[in-house]
Design a protein. Sequence first.
Lengths: 383, 220
Amino acid sequence: MLQHLIKLIWNRKGSHLLLIIEIWASFMVLFGVMSLVTFNLDNYREPLGFEYEQVWAIDLSRNQDTVQTAEKITQVLQKIKSYPEVEKVSQMSSNSPFSFSQMNSSISRKKTSTLSDIYYADENFDDVFDIKMKSGRWYQASDSVAKNKPIVINQKTADALFGTENPIGKTLDDNKIVVGVIDNFKAKGEFTKNEPAFFQLMWPHSEEGKIVMKLKSGTDANFEAKLVKDLGNMLVGWTVEVSYLTDQRQNQHNMALVPMIVFSIIAGFLLLNVAMGLFGILKVNIAKRREEIGVRRAMGATEADIQKQFVAEMWVIATFAVLIGLLFAVQFPILKVFDLASGVYWVAIVLAILIIYGLVTICAFYPSRQAAKIQPAIVLHES
Amino acid sequence: MITLNNIEKVYQTSTIETLALNNINIDIKKGEFVSIMGPSGCGKSTLLNIMGLLDEPTKGDILIDQKHVEQYTDKALASLRNQKIGFIFQSFHLINDLSVLDNVEIPLLYRNSSTQSRRDAAREALEKVGLSNRMKHFPNQLSGGQKQRVAIARAIVGKPDIILADEPTGNLDSAMGNEILNILLQLNAEGCTIVMVTHDESMAKKTHRLIRLFDGTQVY
């Protein structure tokens, strides 16, 4: 029967060409959207690697003030530590987690190098974010007197630079020594990839104006107002801005979710269009083929045979379209386009195929049911 | 072989009720060649459709091989049509997008037969009607007579016991018509029961028995 249907469709390829192109285009769009969705969901499943609840970030902008700024920041740190609401405090570079600031550089060891995110932070950073060590330790303030600059790397950096070697105690090309390894560190949120990163000890009395702090649970906006007021009094002419990491995380999520939602809506409209097109074409097709339906019924086809035939025909047409689409889609995992893992593309291909066949089946179901109900005696008499 | 008892067929719309067949009683024996005649609209095709299980009577019994078929499911009726009955229509009803060979194969698609056995049976049927040289052609490349021979091949490919022919020569000239009738006579001689609707008295005379209808009623 399948051979018969393929032959029938092949002989009618002229009239099915537009339909094949339409399904092919839908498949390609679906493949794109599914790749994006799969990529994001894959990332989402990977843990962040740190805790952000009850963590606030304070941005201190000195504006025109250039006098004793490091001392002023040290005083601010002391002041913040004195509040009973504050559990832990750390000073760091501007690229705190979930901020829209990023710093990266190539780090190398022997002849291997990798592009890595850099975070300058003091010795309390791991406590604020409750970062668990995979091996080694977080650096201490006392490490600052050592000959080599102590750094903590994440597993991605360890994999890139050391492979299966243990990186603890090993030095990198520019006098950095690895003192600890952590697992993931996804500073831009759950939907981003876990990229190579390292943390370097910030020298004492740094002028970096970013402070992150972990607060006791239940600390509210009253404390925020008090904090801003106190710091404003201490830092005349400076700008003090407090942000909650939970809010910043939401902003990062929106950055990832908005394109996904927009593309999904576009794909949804396209699919709806295709669905209506398929539905309409099939209805017209059945109206044109009433005589054929009558003949087949007279020759021994049951209602179910007729319904199966029309659904199967749509599957065959969809298969032609999907096969053409696959010629394009398989290039993506083979050529590793956009540097995404092949698995993302393969999953997207499977999902796109399933959605296409699901859509075709749904659209073919009702018209083919109507075709099956056609009375052979009536249509044979009509024609 | 086919027995119709007190068959009545009424077509009903919301406003009109039309009595297409009234109190029809026919018994067709195995191996008979029966023709049905009557003016246009007298119910000939309706009667043939009821005999072929394509339409249900409003009243009355249908027996095929002494078995009542009124309670048969769609699947059982389809199977009976497929196994026992071959149809030939005035306007051939061939599928233009399929080759002659593929058209002839259609009844066998609804049986569990292999591709090769379908091909062989279709070739054999086409040889029987003298069209073995036109297997790869499409219906629109054939003359009316050739199309009807393809339709006959399609009707006999499943080796049915009964052939129901609805004005098989109606769209053909007399020479072609005679050719088709000769094929039907040959099939009948080989044991096939044939019921043929015709307007042509001379053709009807060549059959074993003539049933006349007038306004849905059996005249004699």
